[in-house]
Write a protein that binds this ligand. Sequence first.
Ligand SMILES: Nc1ncnc2c1ncn2[C@@H]1O[C@H](COP(=O)(O)OP(=O)(O)OP(=O)(O)O)[C@@H](O)[C@H]1O
Length: 285
Amino acid sequence: MDTTVEVRALAKRYGRTTVLDRVDLDLGPGVTGLLGPNGAGKTTLLRCLATTLAPDDGGIRALGLDPARREQRTALRRRLGYLPQDPGFYPHFTVFELADYVAILKELTDRAERHREVRRVLAEVDLADRARTRVRKLSGGMKQRLALAQALLADPDLLILDEPTVGLDPEQRMRFRALVSRLGESRTVLLSTHQTEDVAALCERVVVMNGGRVVFEGTPGELAGVAAGQVWISDAPPSGSALFWRTADGRYRTLGENPPGGTPAVPAIEDGYLLLLGAPAEAAA
Ligand SMILES: Nc1ncnc2c1ncn2[C@@H]1O[C@H](COP(=O)(O)OP(=O)(O)OP(=O)(O)O)[C@@H](O)[C@H]1O
């Protein structure tokens, strides 16, 4: 893998809480998914990579640049696109004005060229016909698409997307996957999500964080493989307190020990993820 982003012993604390606990991570071109429970440190890591938050310790090298150094940080900002978790857009701006405003901040100085670029990114996220709509009148999913559009301005080499599919309807989710997988052919994309389906559909690599640490790095298939031999289908619910649920066909899917009469099932990414985080042990507690 050509490494485009190197994270070394990255640490961030808030008071006594360690939010990033010496995180090491290498990324290359392609789409990498970042999974982890609430509070795992995903947003904090993404903010450090997007240069909106300075770590307490450790280092980052992204696109050959060191964001701890002022000039290199500026150079990196010119080449990265960031969709934050909570963009907080100005509600009175129109969609076009908002994207144009971000384009100005991204130093697209030629007005005609900039407007062409704004129209391009709005078309990418299917918002071209909403260009004159005020941000406050957009639905949640449309706001999310506008947030993605502004991240795509100036064709960044590094795209950092914090929960980009939140609020998207199924059609827009498909469009998003097509767009991001195309971008990932030549760029480095890191996206955090709680949707294991997005990871399965889109990501070549997956990173799982828990408690401020990276606890897994590999392919989606390898993450599913964590649950190999530990996923079962049975007609009756398991006794004890394994993690299980009733499926649409009225049978039971159990994660962990084989329930009586259980037959093995093909593990999904979610199964591997839950086992990695110790979910059956928690269910038993
Ligand atoms: N500015 C802050 N001050 C104090 N604590 C913070 C601050 N920002 C984040 N934290 C804490 O850091 C921890 C990690 O937060 P972070 O937002 O990085 O998690 P996350 O993995 O993105 O979670 P989620 O899936 O809920 O978005 C949480 O315990 C959070 O409360």
